[in-house]
Design a binder for this molecule. Sequence first.
Ligand code: HEM
Length: 524
Amino acid sequence: MALIFRPEISAGTGVTALVTFYLTALFLFLIRFKRRKGSEKKQTLPLPPGPHGLPILGSLPFLNPNLHQYFADLARSYGPILSLRLGSKLCVVVSSPSAARQIFKDQDAAFANHATPAATLVYFRGSNLDLLWSPYGPHWRMLRKIAVHEILSTTGIEAVAPLRCREMRRTVEVVSARAKMGAAVDVRETTFLTVLNMMTSMLWGEQVGGSSEGAEFRRAIEGAVDILMAPNVADFFPVLAPLDPQGLGRRTKKLMLWINKFLGEIVEKKKRIMVSGERRRDVLEALLNLVESGNSQPPFSLDDLCKLLVDLIGGSADTISTAVEWSMAELLSNPKKMRTAQQELDAVVGKHRIVEESDIPQLHYLSAVVKESLRLHPPLPLLIPHCPSTHCVVGGFSVPAGTSVFVNVWAIHRDPHLWGEDAEEFKPERFLETSRQKRDFYLGRRKDEFCYLPFGAGRRACVGTAIGEKMVIYMVASLLHSFEWRLPKGASLELGEKFGAVLRKVEQLFAVPTMRLDTPELYL
Ligand code: HEM
């Protein structure tokens, strides 16, 4: 623009430049005006409808501990996009595929943040956030890329399949000891330990399940997750967050520092092994090389490494063990379907060898059992609350930046308009539809459908989807192939749900195994 004041420029050029200047200015003004109008329009759109609640407390006094069911009930009165205040915090709950699409597809970047709990922020104060809580941006992208390429790539997952197989064999041996005694097995506890050992074996080559330090590590992770789920005044009244009034932030910090110390020792041990020249080429070694190379941008530090390990272990153990427990519970209450799954296993695997992960692509019915179980009982029924970075519009309603947005996948998964009148029934067959179109619809593969979301969707979808699903199917397959299962004498099966860090069964599932394979060596 400074061009027009230069004397050496001819009159014609000067006029052209002047016109260009005015046109550019007009164009910029119009764009700004349009943008302002657009954002004003957004601001003036109403918030989604919802209960008024009480002054100051909002709907806090009316919350039902089973939050997913409470939100589903509210949606019946206020519709699939509703808002409510919990203290001073504005929350929006969506329970329809079209609203989910607007969040995870149309405005995915704006919604690609998780609403970080106040207690967690106390621990992270002054350091980088981890993968789970990092806002969408370069740091999150760097961590996510490392998780996807260095740890959870298809080849990476395949390379450590023998470790998962080893841990599953150990579990089958433990369960067979119970079978010999005619004793019941705590399905969730058994699978939780198996997943923990599978994950730590995959990450740094050792299991932690059996040792006393391992037990403490587990308690620390569970403790941190429990605090995450505890109602925290600081979340409902963010102005109080710096005071940490219930001390939940300080407790989280203490537990996380213990976990970091535990992991720090493992990292140091690994470094010593690497210096000695003995190489195992496991995930931890690859990650340490990445830290030392300084190649990643932004830099990947040792602190980031430990936090990533915690995310991967914390993100998998509860979700997978809960999914296995629900699958087994549904099969125990549907003995015919359990028989069908076992017949398939006998046809594909036979009774003279054990199940391998490579059998999974042939186990169509069993895969459908797991999918159906994740549909009825998604381990994270409200996903992890998302938090828009800018003012957004969903379904014609205003969703201001900073709102906590819950996507009620539990309600979407049980909507009879989407899944039919039998939506509440456990029916794996629905995932075996012969019509490709219907099958794709159910699996949520069709790009424009958001009906099946046990792992979320969009940029912030579960980073462990592939391995998570595989591990659940493999564990259920191994338990069903090696054993017959029945309830303990006199016990009855309930399928009540309890909302928490994950959606658990109200009563832990205990079941009695009996060995069903021909060769005793298959249990060793
Ligand atoms: C049945 C198994 C699993 C289920 C149902 C599940 C479900 C989910 C869901 C619903 C989310 C949040 C999506 C959102 O906020 O929209 C999530 C995030 C996440 N999951 Fe999983 N998950 C499973 C297994 C795993 C495994 C095996 C790992 C690790 C190996 C894992 C690691 C994570 C991490 C790190 C995140 C946060 C990702 C981010 O914020 O970018 N999950 N998972």
